[in-house]
Ligand binder design. Structure first.
Ligand code: NAD
Length: 488
């Protein structure tokens, strides 16, 4: 990857806010410096939105709402489809940009472009399938009409770990449903969202339908938007702590919310599992995005009879990983997002070791430029260790053992989270029992990745409320209206 290619892509990303169809400097005069986590160097400086800019973005979304809702669903769908097509043309630029601002290896960034793009295609198709029903009431005295309507202007807050997919997963269904939006990306990775807004502009999205505010003062800018009675929906992806605060703020105006929050995924390997497949699934579920995924397997719960062999096999594979800047050929493990993430991984590993776990590979921070942590495998992790309770968000695979199915279920469900679970078994009946017994919004049965634009993504318990993707995804942005008319 040449430096000039990197500079060229970075130069093509807008450095301003996108409000009402215009690229504006913002009123604060402040800037955000975006860094490459692999080197720690600043790669671009962009506008830092003020409270007034946030208000202007909401004004623009409100102003565009009526005409966007009245735009034919087919037209809305075709705009999304054109966005999908243009994204394919710009695929390499988007992938490189994500690697530069977020750190993931280029291969994975390309995977995210593919995944993120599918939401544009899927919801472009769903736009024309919004429908209602009409029928006689049970008494036979009237007609009941049930119709679906866009909820209205939405505020979309996204995290840094999947800069494109987390934006398309919200923007596409909102637009398909006929809603206008204000998007606030994470301050660590705002560039991809700006680049995406430019793409939407290029495919002819009307002014004001999508507005982007990049800010280093998220709470200050978001608060007044959430409190504004013209806002009709908040969709948030991020940590459970911030999600909880946003739900509290939303309660004041009984704002409709969707919350995609943290996870603590169990990865259960039964004694009858096909071990090779379980190892492949484990590596995918753990090391994709360098472990920085809400769906990352956090606790490997392995039957005691196969735990030693499972650990040996995963350790051998993890020792072969190449750590480095995601733009370099052959790199499989990029940096973590920042130094704080590295320190957190190190603390969790230290705590696990202090309580009796053993390290079979890795275990330490990598000194030098950039925020790197060694890909790590821990065995014999003891109950009560912090690493079993908290989201690791790093390349650490920690193994605990279980004795029987009830034990596995108890350990797997022993968390306040419930986003995704992975189960490996060749026993069909056992697999079905696990679907019923695990407290989870999603499940990978003999597979290590579940995300798909055609499927409802979301969690139970403190992993959130609502679903993104699938047939369900568009309903997060629609409200149901019931009308009764007398018998004609
Ligand atoms: P975060 O909660 O720190 O930040 C998420 C977003 O909220 C960012 O845009 C941030 O700027 C903004 N934010 C932070 N404080 C805010 C406030 N007080 N008011 C308004 N906005 C605020 O999370 P993160 O570190 O960016 O992302 C990692 C977390 O996201 C993990 O917990 C992960 O599990 C979760 N996540 C969940 C899903 C899912 O679909 N369930 C997907 C990806 C990430």
């Amino acid at each position: 990857m040449t430096e000039s290619r990197e500079s060229e892509v970075l130069a093509s990303v807008p450095d301003r806010l996108f409000i009402g169809g215009a690229w504006v400097a913002g009123t604060s005069g402040r800037t955000i410096r975006v860094s490459d986590p692999a080197t720690g160097t600043v790669i671009k400086t962009i506008a830092d939105a003020s409270v007034a800019d946030g208000a202007a973005a909401l004004d623009a979304a409100v102003a565009a709402q009526e005409s966007w809702a009245a735009t034919a669903p087919r037209v809305r769908g075709e705009i999304l489809r054109r966005a999908f097509d243009l994204l394919q043309e710009r695929r390499e630029d988007f992938a490189l940009l994500m690697t530069l601002e977020m750190g993931k290896p280029l291969m994975e960034a390309r995977g995210e472009v593919a995944y993120g793009g599918e939401f544009l295609r899927w919801f472009g198709e769903e736009a024309v399938r919004i429908s209602g029903r009409y029928g006689t009431n049970p008494e036979g005295t009237g007609r009941m009409i049930v119709s679906q309507h866009p909820v209205g202007p939405c505020f979309l807050i996204t995290p840094w770990n999947f800069p494109l997919a987390m934006a398309t997963r919200k923007v596409a269904p909102a637009l398909a449903a006929g809603c206008t939006v204000v998007v606030k990306p994470a301050e660590l990775t705002p560039l991809t969202t700006l680049f995406f807004a430019q793409l939407l502009e290029d495919v002819g999205l009307p002014a004001g339908v999508v507005n982007v505010v990049t800010t280093s003062t998220s709470a200050a800018v978001s608060g007044p938007i959430i409190a504004d009675p013209r806002l009709r929906k908040l969709s948030f992806t991020g940590s459970t702590g911030v999600g909880r605060r946003l739900i509290e703020q939303s309660a004041a105006s009984v704002l409709r919310v969707s919350m995609e929050l943290g996870g603590n995924a169990p990865f259960v390997v039964f004694e009858d599992a096909e071990l090779d497949k379980a190892v492949e699934g484990a590596l995918l579920a753990k090391f994709r995005n360098v472990g920085q995924a809400c769906t990352a397997a956090n606790r490997f719960i392995v039957h005691e009879s196969i735990a030693t062999e499972f650990a040996r096999r995963v350790t051998e594979r993890v020792k072969g990983y190449a750590v480095g800047r995601g733009t370099e050929d052959g790199v499989t493990i990029g940096p973590l997002i920042n130094g704080a993430a590295v320190d957190k991984a190190a603390e969790l590993v230290q705590d696990a070791i202090a309580r009796g776990a053993a390290v079979t590979t890795g275990g330490k921070k990598i000194e030098g430029a950039g925020s790197f942590f060694e890909p790590t495998v821990l065995t014999g992790v003891r109950p009560g260790s912090d690493i079993l309770r908290e989201e690791i968000f790093g390349p650490v695979l920690s193994i605990v053992t279980f004795a029987d199915e009830d034990d596995a279920v108890r350990i797997a469900n022993d968390t306040e989270y419930g986003l995704v679970s992975y189960v490996f078994t060749q026993d069909l009946a056992r697999g079905q029992r696990m679907i019923e017994r695990l407290q989870t919004g999603m499940m990978g049965l003999n597979i290590g990745v579940v995300s798909n634009a055609a499927a409802p993504f979301g969690g139970v318990k403190q992993s959130g409320v609502g679903r993104e993707g699938g047939f369900e995804g568009i309903h997060e942005y629609l409200s149901t209206k019931y009308t009764l008319t007398p018998d004609p």
